[in-house]
Design a protein around this ligand. Structure first.
Ligand SMILES: Nc1ncnc2c1ncn2[C@@H]1O[C@H](COP(=O)(O)OP(=O)(O)OP(=O)(O)O)[C@@H](O)[C@H]1O
Length: 234
C-alpha cells in the first residue's frame, strides 16, 4: 500500500517560492492500477517521483507498506527502492553503452544475484526480445527500448511499478503493447501499477483515475478507503 499523507512540495524558482503540490493525500492499496492525470504542470511527475523516493516532500509523509520513505537516509532509500519499486521513464533512460541484456542485469547485479545475466535473458524473452538481447539501445526501436526498460524495472520483482508517461514517446500501437505488458505484470504478479499519462484511453484502462490540478487532487474515481460504512477490509 502507498499512503501519501498531506504532502506538499514547495520549490524556490527565480527567487520565489512555487507550490507544486499542495496538501495531497491519497492511499493506493496493494495490487491496484492507478492513472494520475491532469494538465501539464499540475504536479503529476513530481508526485510520482516522491512516491519513488526520488525526491523528498517539503512536508507530509509517504509510507510504503507502513514504512515512511521520507525519513530514510539516501543509502537506505536506494536499497529500499531497489527491492520495492520499479520506475519507468517516458524517455526509457537505458544506459547507451550497455546491451539490452546488460541493462536489465544491472539491478540484479546490484542486488547480488549470481545469475543476473541468465535472469536478464529470461526477462527479455518474456517481453518478446529474445533475439535482441545483445543489441545496444540505439539499435532498438522506441517500443523495444521501452520493453527493455520495463524488463529492467521489473527485474527484481518489485511489488510496485511506477511509470511516468510510459507511452509518451511511442505511437499508439506500440504504446498499446507496452501497456499490455504492464497490465500482464499486474495480472500475473499482483504488481501495484501507478502511471502518469495524458492519454485518456490509457487512463481508462486503469482501475482508478486520480486527477490533479494546480498541485491538488481535483477528482478521484474511487472514494477514499474506509469511506463506506462497514468497509474495514483495508
Ligand atoms: N526543480 C524544479 N524547480 C522549479 N519548478 C519545478 C521544478 N520541477 C518542477 N517544477 C514545476 O512544478 C510544476 C509541476 O511539474 P510536474 O513536472 O510535476 O508537472 P506535470 O503535471 O508532470 O507536467 P507535464 O504533464 O507537463 O509533464 C511545473 O510548473 C514545473 O515547472
Amino acid at each position: 500500500m502507498i499512503a501519501v499523507s498531506h504532502v506538499s512540495m514547495v520549490l524556490e524558482a527565480a527567487g520565489r517560492s512555487v507550490t507544486i503540490l499542495d496538501d495531497v493525500t491519497v492511499t493506493i492499496p496493494a495490487k491496484q492500477t492507478v492513472a494520475i492525470v491532469g494538465p501539464s504542470g499540475s504536479g503529476k511527475s513530481t508526485l510520482l517521483g516522491l512516491m519513488a523516493g526520488l525526491d523528498r516532500p517539503t512536508s507530509g509523509s509517504i509510507e510504503l507498506d507502513g514504512v515512511d520513505i521520507t525519513r530514510m537516509s539516501e543509502t537506505v532509500m536506494a536499497r529500499f527502492r531497489r527491492e520495492n519499486i520499479g520506475y519507468i521513464f517516458q524517455s526509457f533512460h537505458l544506459i547507451p553503452t550497455l546491451t539490452a541484456r546488460e541493462n536489465v542485469a544491472v539491478p540484479l547485479e546490484l542486488a547480488g544475484d549470481p545469475h543476473a545475466g541468465a535472469r536478464a535473458a529470461e526477462l527479455l524473452a518474456a517481453v518478446g526480445l529474445a533475439d535482441r538481447m545483445d543489441h545496444y539501445p540505439v539499435q532498438l526501436s522506441g517500443g523495444e527500448q521501452q520493453r527493455v526498460a520495463v524488463a529492467r524495472a521489473f527485474a527484481c520483482r518489485p511489488p510496485i511499478l511506477l511509470a511516468d508517461e510510459p507511452t509518451g514517446n511511442l505511437d499508439t500501437a506500440t504504446g498499446t503493447q507496452v501497456i499490455e505488458l504492464l497490465l500482464s505484470l499486474h495480472r500475473d504478479h499482483g504488481t501495484t501499477l501507478v502511471l502518469v499519462t495524458h492519454d485518456p484511453a490509457l487512463a481508462g484502462s486503469m482501475e482508478r483515475v486520480v486527477s490533479l490540478r494546480d498541485g491538488r487532487i481535483e477528482a478521484d474515481s474511487l472514494p477514499p478507503i474506509g469511506a463506506h460504512a462497514g468497509d474495514s477490509s483495508a
